[in-house]
Design a protein around this ligand. Structure first.
Ligand code: DGY
Length: 320
């Protein structure tokens, strides 16, 4: 008998065919996200679950006593209760590597958009307001030869550092738990404590996962240290920042602007003050959202799932 799995969002045909070779499977193809009652009903006797950022709690595990693996279709797995999963010997996997370059591209997109006011000026031209006399309004800040301060230096951070150093001649400061001497040598990036990174950077970029230790790591105190001319960029997780403190820093001009792909609550509330600020670029969490990368992520998640339910070691078990 084939193992039973549930997939909580539609996947490409090719991925479905791959899973069908090894598993007896069901897929939720209706409106995202799947309602909790249906998810719990469908997962009662499954061996494996494949889900985008699935919230795996004690209660969910209790409901699925046969579960062997939860394969997350994302690299960030903050919604897993790892302790509870370990206690019940349920494996958790994620999708590292395949999205690194794509997210690094987006980080640079946000840096360029904020520094050169690309979003704001796009609206300005499209709304028919372009006048030669407005030239002063068009002036932004240089990205090349400026200082980028990166908090976090993992797989994606490394790709950003390469772009920054070789593509834009930037001076890169970084702060992370485990210093990366080899990257310092290859890219000339410099390790810094958080305070001095904040004080000296023209762009402060978050490139780290959300964990108990990084929750609201950046708040009022940190924004105060940043240069008034600096931009804050986040394409990691919204909850790493105290969003109220960010709004305050922008309103009081403690910093110059922000580029945000992520928010404390997603989708972001339409009344969130950040959406009204001209110097803030907002995106709907699209870090990894290219056709090719999303396909690769889903395929990787499927390979992890199949390995987990067929008693092999999945390649991307989360390492905590
Ligand atoms: C991830 O994989 O965690 C990304 O946030 C998805 O875009």
């Amino acid at each position: 008998m084939k193992p039973k799995v549930f997939i909580s969002e539609p996947v490409p045909q090719e991925v479905e065919e791959y899973i069908s070779k090894f598993c007896d499977y069901k897929i939720w193809k209706e409106k995202y996200p799947i309602p909790k009652e249906i998810l719990y009903k469908e997962t009662k006797d499954i061996d494996g679950l494949m889900t985008p950022k699935g919230v795996i709690t004690e209660e969910f595990l209790e409901n699925s006593p046969n579960l062997k693996i939860v394969s997350n279709i994302a690299v960030g797995y903050e919604a897993f209760d790892i302790k509870a999963m370990k206690e019940r010997k349920v494996l958790g996997t994620h999708t590292p590597y395949v999205l690194d370059e794509t997210v690094a591209d987006l980080a640079f997109g946000l840096i360029l958009m904020t520094a050169r006011k690309l979003g704001e000026l796009d609206q300005y031209v499209k709304s028919g307001k372009w006048h030669k006399s407005d030239n002063q309004k068009f002036l932004g800040q240089d990205v090349h030869h400026s200082t980028l301060g990166m908090i976090g230096m993992g797989r994606i951070g490394e790709k950003v550092a390469r772009r920054a150093t070789f593509g834009f001649n930037m001076n890169v400061l970084y702060h992370t738990r485990n210093r990366r001497p080899q990257l310092e040598e290859s890219y000339g990036i410099k390790y810094s404590n958080i305070e001095s990174l904040l004080e000296n950077s023209d762009f402060v970029l978050l490139m780290l996962p959300l964990t108990d230790a990084t929750y609201q790591l950046i708040g009022q105190e940190q924004f105060k240290l940043m240069k008034q001319s600096a931009f804050f960029i986040n394409c990691s997780r919204g909850k790493i920042v105290d969003e109220k403190a960010l709004i305050h820093a922008l309103e009081t001009k403690e910093i110059s602007g922000a580029g945000l792909d992520v928010f404390e609550v997603e989708p972001v509330d339409k009344d969130n003050p950040l959406l009204k600020m001209q110097n803030v670029v907002t995106l709907p969490h699209i870090g990894s959202a290219t056709e090719k990368t999303r396909f690769n992520m889903v395929m990787k998640a499927a390979e992890n799932l199949v390995a987990g339910v067929t008693n092999q070691v999945p390649p991307d078990v989360v390492d905590e």
